[in-house]
Design a protein around this ligand. Structure first.
Ligand SMILES: CC(C)(COP(=O)(O)OP(=O)(O)OC[C@H]1O[C@@H](n2cnc3c(N)ncnc32)[C@H](O)[C@@H]1OP(=O)(O)O)[C@@H](O)C(=O)NCCC(=O)NCCS
Length: 246
């Protein structure tokens, strides 16, 4: 009998535009004092609200993975600022998450026993500098500039989100030089990564996945695979901010 493998990674998105002050205040009750203090330091209300919604999403979602109430999850950060669940929390073996926010959208990826990174970006923003030329690997710049000119602006975000998802899965952020690894994009094949000589990683260790959660938001996911895995199952769920209220 064929067995159905459980999803390896669950990705959740929340649209943040137009969320009212009352709901933000309710979601704030799920946050710790430290998180509320951080929220209070944002100058722009939109950044405050996005932070609160993102932390509420993390907390309520993780509570489906272990017997811990949303308010009771405890996190630490590594030397590069990557937050992780304090491992000793009872009943939650190896749950791992990564969070991303951009204008209008928050994304959360959750898995067990794997490294995971997620990135979302708005593709309708105008960049003031040549980010690809400055930061991407030479092969990526070449491939991007070989595309029809009118598709390059959107395609840029394919590379950007994948590169961010990878460095976030490694938990190292920009401590990994962005030109030290390059993506090959040849849909419908999954994105493939390769590294400069001497780089401390193996392409076979990774699976990448992309989605359009909205018309203007590009999402990329990076997750480590087992040696026995072929394609890991990924789910994408759009959650309303109201649904985060416990
Ligand atoms: C911090 C960084 C990890 C992601 O930054 P970002 O893409 O601006 O922001 P995102 O919204 O996607 O991710 C931020 C979240 O990632 C998590 N995070 C922070 N540091 C992290 C790290 N080292 N590794 C993984 N996740 C990290 C946090 O949860 C953070 O949200 P929080 O502060 O509300 O908890 C880092 O990669 C960075 O500064 N990137 C700059 C972006 C850039 O210039 N890219 C060039 C084009 S590729």
């Amino acid at each position: 009998m064929a067995s159905t493998a459980p999803p390896a990674v669950d990705v959740f998105t929340v649209r943040t535009a137009g969320v009212g002050a009352g709901l933000v205040a309710t979601l704030s009750t799920l946050l710790t004092g430290e998180e509320l203090a951080r929220a209070a330091r944002f100058v722009r209300a939109v950044d405050h609200d996005t932070f609160v919604i993102a932390r509420a999403l993390v907390r309520t979602t993780l509570s489906a993975y272990g017997p811990t109430a949303p308010r009771d999850w405890r996190f630490e950060t590594n030397a590069h600022g990557c937050p992780f669940v304090v491992p000793a929390q009872a009943g939650v073996p190896g749950v791992a998450f990564n969070l991303s926010h951009t204008s209008g959208l928050v994304a959360l990826a959750v898995t067990r026993g794997r490294l995971v990174g997620v990135d979302v970006e708005r593709v309708d923003r105008v960049l003031r500098e040549d980010v690809a030329g400055r930061f991407f690997a030479p092969d990526e710049v070449r491939d991007l500039r070989a595309l029809p000119v009118d598709t390059q602006a959107r395609a840029f975000f394919d590379y950007w989100t994948l590169k961010e998802a990878y460095i976030k899965a490694r938990g190292m952020g920009l401590a990994i030089p962005l030109a030290d690894f390059a993506f090959t994009l040849a849909p419908p094949a999954a994105p493939a990564i390769r590294f400069v000589d001497g780089f401390d990683d193996r392409p076979e260790r990774w699976q990448f996945w992309q989605a359009w959660p909205t018309d203007v938001h590009r999402l990329a996911l990076a997750v480590t695979r087992d040696d026995t895995d072929h394609a890991l199952a990924v789910t994408l769920t759009d959650t309303s901010p109201e649904a985060l209220v416990a």
